[in-house]
Every structure is written in structure tokens, then in C-alpha cells.
Design a protein around this ligand. Structure first.
Ligand code: GAL
Length: 392
């Protein structure tokens, strides 16, 4: 018996890793991927749990071989099996990208009608994760049909491959993603390195993505081995990063520290897949500390896998919460323009209401205190306070 389809469920908690797109867009090279794998180790991100190294669009040559197999471009001179080995040798897992159409979003060959052939290639190369996009001609087939074909192909090969559906949330993939073998599915359009994007430009800002996650109300579909995906992290990115330069979006500055804290706090509260999207060879100290914050990662990786949801929105102060195995996490977000105190009560959020006393733990400062039920935090504009609340 090989380790194929072993008893461990794939992505029992949301996958953590790094993906090339936001940092390098279509200019990605083999050297960038090796550097990213090395940097995951050196920065401590691997030891904090970031495991998957995923090569996004543009790794493939513009022609398949005569049988329709994908071939690596000249920017990957040693080929994908060697690159997978390099990544595996650092204690990491390796991912690739293709599309459920005739072409990828950047016009390279993709996998529609060649699912089995490509799944076998991925397995032979040692691929552990497939991000499967929605570009190219669909040959008249709907999303469920096209994504089910790759799901069946991946299930037929002798390797466990995490299946990441990237259909942008257009056909409510949270309603069928699990059924077609998916382990995560994009619930939203592409996230850009902005707080808010204008409606006429490409993508969603962090605040736009949170609005979308609140609106679609997909939390019931979310859980172990099947995750709603609000897209990859933009922490560390700004005007010069690959995606910002490539897409039709005007990025004027990196996210501020408050905006980055909000981005990370909410992705953890949503129990989102955390795919770092910045060039790790120039990761700042602030971003490294943010991405490796153990208190936040424990919320993201809580074994119950419950997605956080809004309890109160619509004014300048928002409250969201997430049930945890031993209590709950509560986020206090300031949407306004000045500092404010935001308050709530354990009875108004997703915390088990069974105690007279609760311990409260500030996930940014590590400060601890007790309460009989009231919770109040002072929060800067665009920032988010997040606490872990445990019944005593
Ligand atoms: C988009 C996808 C992005 C990225 C890009 C590559 O469709 O949402 O995450 O993969 O294609 O071309």
C-alpha cells in the first residue's frame, strides 16, 4: 500500500503557503520559485505552517507536445519534476496552475478535455496542489461539468493532490465545490493590493472582499477539506508588485500597517486559505511578524474549521466572530475616520454562552483579562482588534 488516499484528510485545516501570481505575475521563473522555497524556510514561515509553494499562470510553454501534454517554458529550464524535488527537499509541498478551458488567463495551453493526461503529468512530476482557473474557451460546458472532469482525473491518479477551484465565485462554487472533489474554491474576484478598488478597475480591495464575503453568506459550506477562498494575501505588495503592474488597477501605495492587520485578522477569522503573495526575498520585519502571528494562525487553523461571520455591520464599527473549539474569536473593525471604542457582549457573538467568567486574550498584544460578558476595544481607523474569548 502506498501513501495514496491515506487516512489523513487533505487540508483538514485551511492550506497555508505561497503563490507566485501577486508577486511575479507572468514573469515568474524557476529561480523565483526556488528563492521562494528557500525564503519560506529562512523567514520561519515554513515552521509557522506555510507549506505549499504554488507556481501560478505562465509556467507552461505556448505549445503542448504532440499528444497534448503541457511542457514547461524556457523560464523553467530544469523542468517541473526537478523543481518539485527542490521544493520537497525543503520540507514543503509543490503546486501548479492550469485552467478549465482551452487556454489559461494569459493565453497558454490549459486542460479542458485533457484532464486525465494532465493529471497524470502532475502526479508524475510530484505535484501536491492544483490551482484550476476558469479562463479560455469552455466548449459550451458549464462550470460544474468542467470542474468535475478535473476532480475525477485527480481522484484517479496515484497521488494526493489538493484541488483548488478558481472560478471566481461566479456560479456559487460553495454549493458544488466539495461534490466535484474540490478542497477550496475562490468565492470572490481577484484581490488587489488596495483597500478599495474603483468599480471600473480590475479586482477587489480588502474592504470590498469583506463586503462580498458578508453578502454571499457561504459560511455553511465551509469546513474541513472544503474551504471558501477570498483569494491570496496582498500583504507586502504595492505599486511595484507583479499583479499590480499587470492588471488594470491603479495601486498608489502599499496597504498601511492598520490595513494589513485588518487583512490578516479577517482572513484568519474567515478560516481562509492563507497563500502569501509577496516576494519573500524582501519581506519586511512587520510583515514577517504579522504572517507568523501564532495567535492569529491558531484562529485560522482551529480544528472545527468554522468560518467567521458578521454580527453587526452597516455603521462605522463592525463586529465579526468565529466559533472556536474552546470558545470564540471576536473582531472589532473600525470603518470610520477616527479612533473609536467598539463594544459588544459575549451573548451577541459566536462564543459559547455557558459561563459566568470568560478569559479574553488580545491577539495583537498578548494581553489577557477577564470579563463577565462585556467586550470593548479601542480601534484606529481601518484597523481591527481581535480577541480570543474562552469560557472559564
Ligand atoms: C486569474 C486568477 C488569478 C491568477 C490569474 C492568472 O483568473 O483569479 O488568481 O491565477 O488568473 O492569469
Amino acid at each position: 500500500m502506498t501513501d495514496h488516499h491515506n487516512m489523513t484528510r487533505l487540508v483538514a485545516t485551511p492550506p497555508l503557503g505561497w503563490n507566485s501570481w501577486n508577486a511575479f505575475s507572468c514573469d515568474v521563473t524557476e529561480a523565483d520559485i526556488r528563492d521562494a522555497a528557500d525564503a519560506l524556510v529562512e523567514t520561519g514561515l515554513r515552521d509557522a505552517g506555510y507549506e505549499y509553494v504554488v507556481v501560478d499562470d505562465c509556467w507552461m510553454a505556448s505549445e503542448t507536445d504532440s499528444e497534448g501534454r503541457l511542457q514547461p517554458s524556457a523560464d523553467f529550464p530544469n523542468g517541473m519534476a526537478a523543481l518539485a524535488d527542490y521544493v520537497h527537499n525543503r520540507g514543503l509541498k509543490f503546486g501548479l496552475y492550469s485552467s478549465a478551458g482551452t487556454e489559461t488567463c494569459q493565453g497558454y495551453p490549459a486542460s479542458l478535455c485533457r484532464e486525465r493526461l494532465h493529471a497524470e503529468q502532475f502526479a508524475d512530476w510530484g505535484v501536491d496542489y492544483l490551482k484550476y482557473d476558469n479562463c479560455g474557451d469552455h466548449a459550451g460546458r458549464d462550470a460544474i461539468d468542467r470542474y468535475a472532469a478535473m476532480g475525477a482525473a485527480l481522484a484517479s491518479v496515484e497521488r494526493d493532490i489538493v484541488y483548488s477551484i478558481c472560478e471566481w465565485g461566479q456560479n456559487r462554487p460553495w454549493e458544488w465545490g466539495r461534490n466535484v472533489g474540490g478542497h477550496l474554491w475562490r468565492a470572490t474576484d481577484d484581490l488587489v493590493a488596495k483597500w478599495r478598488a474603483d468599480p471600473d478597475e480590475f479586482g477587489l480591495g480588502v474592504a470590498d472582499a469583506l463586503d462580498r464575503m458578508a453578502d454571499i453568506d457561504a459560511a455553511a459550506a465551509h469546513g474541513p477539506s472544503g474551504w471558501n477562498d477570498p483569494d491570496m494575501l496582498q500583504i507586502g505588495n504595492g505599486p511595484d508588485s507583479g499583479q499590480s503592474e499587470h492588471e488594470a488597477v491603479d495601486v498608489q501605495r502599499p496597504l498601511t500597517e492598520a490595513e494589513r492587520r485588518t487583512h490578516f485578522a479577517f482572513w484568519c477569522l474567515l478560516a481562509a486559505p492563507l497563500m502569501v503573495g509577496t516576494d519573500l526575498t524582501s519581506l519586511s520585519g512587520f510583515d514577517r511578524e504579522l504572517l507568523t502571528n501564532e495567535r492569529l494562525l491558531a484562529i485560522d487553523q482551529d480544528p472545527l474549521g468554522i468560518q467567521g461571520t458578521p454580527d453587526r455591520r452597516g455603521d462605522d464599527a463592525e463586529i465579526w466572530s468565529k466559533r472556536l473549539r474552546d470558545g470564540g474569536a471576536v473582531a472589532f473593525h473600525n470603518h470610520g475616520e477616527s479612533d473609536r471604542e467598539i463594544s459588544t457582549h459575549v451573548s451577541a457573538v459566536d462564543v459559547p454562552a455557558r459561563a459566568d467568567r470568560y478569559r479574553v486574550y488580545d491577539c495583537w498584544t498578548g494581553n489577557k483579562w477577564e470579563t463577565s460578558g462585556s467586550l470593548a476595544m479601542t480601534v484606529e481607523p481601518r484597523d481591527t482588534a481581535i480577541v480570543r474569548v474562552t469560557p472559564q
